[in-house]
Design a protein around this ligand. Structure first.
Ligand SMILES: [Mg+2]
Length: 301
């Protein structure tokens, strides 16, 4: 289960140096740092920082996931002055809402486009917290998304991906994504989008700052990279980055699912050794944190 957090962080730190570029086939993809926030090589960005706010909330108030603790973690991260932050997330957190209810009210009041990828990018730890309860997992994925993203498609994307990650941890395959889509009223729409990801290319889902195209980019990378290869995780993350756009976020999204399927050992050790970021954690810390918040693996609550 540690692969869920390590995969998220590895995708994020890998994509950070290429955000809003589209590296050509001959450009090597590595943890070069730089990017919009002038990150150090191996440093993760807002995607993992917000995912860790969720994981740390789960660690603080075990068992389960207390939404007020998550909201407080998001505000604490915001107050640390992050080098990058999504527009929509910033609009919500700048009011420093003091509870989950206040945060959601502020999110609900936002007008205009509210379907950014900023809730999907951080959803992976919820799968670990609720590994023992798919209904609770589904509910929490939607609730945490709604704290900052009122768009129903953002919540649906988070439900699909989080249940997909949970399934991948338990069953070591990617079938949970389609199964989660099946359970939605909008199942036909999501299956069509997943089909398009499997058969199309980045030109079919170019606006990957939007949650739907971000999910499609991640699913495209996961399903069109050779899954029989021992480096499926690393190759699929690099494929996400080559798709361009919001590279750290699409790779972080893919990384959560890939790490769930293949485990921590699939994240190259050189990358694991380089990983670090808010709030002063390393790759090794992510492994320990993942174990603590996963029921049945951490210390009893
Ligand atoms: Mg980022």
């Amino acid at each position: 289960m540690a692969g869920v957090l390590l995969g998220t962080a590895a995708g994020d730190a890998l994509g950070a140096g290429y955000e809003f570029t589209r590296p050509g086939e001959h450009v090597p993809i590595d943890m070069i740092g730089g990017g919009l926030g002038d990150f150090a090589p191996g440093e993760w960005t807002d995607d993992t920082a917000m995912a860790l706010a969720i994981a740390l909330a789960a660690d603080e108030r075990r068992p389960g996931l207390d939404l007020d603790a998550v909201a407080a973690g998001f505000v604490r991260w915001y107050e640390s002055g992050p080098a990058d932050i999504g527009v929509q997330t910033s609009k919500v957190l700048s009011g420093r809402p003091a509870s989950a209810a206040a945060m959601r009210a502020r999110s609900d009041a936002l007008a205009g486009r509210t379907g950014g990828n900023g809730s999907l990018m951080r959803t992976a730890p919820i799968a670990l917290v609720h590994l023992d309860d798919p209904s609770a997992c589904d509910r929490a994925a939607a609730e945490v998304s709604l704290l900052t993203h009122s768009d129903p498609q953002a919540a649906e994307a988070c439900r699909i991906w989080t249940l997909g990650i949970r399934h991948a941890v338990l069953h070591a395959n990617f079938d949970g994504v389609r199964a989660a889509a099946d359970a939605l009223d909008t199942a036909a729409d999501w299956h069509r989008l997943l089909d398009e990801a499997e058969t199309g290319g980045p030109g079919h889902f170019p606006n990957n700052g939007w949650v739907v195209h971000a999910l499609q980019t991640a699913w495209w990378a996961v399903t069109t990279t050779d899954a029989n290869s021992p480096d499926h995780l690393a190759a699929a993350l690099a494929r996400c980055v080559r798709a361009g756009g919001d590279t750290d976020t699409t790779a972080a999204i893919a990384g959560g699912l890939l790490g769930a399927r293949w485990g921590a050992s699939a994240v190259p050790s050189r990358w694991r050794d380089m990983l670090h970021g808010y709030p002063g954690l390393t790759g090794a810390d992510l492994v320990a944190l993942a174990e603590r918040i996963t029921p049945g693996f951490g210390p009893s609550a």
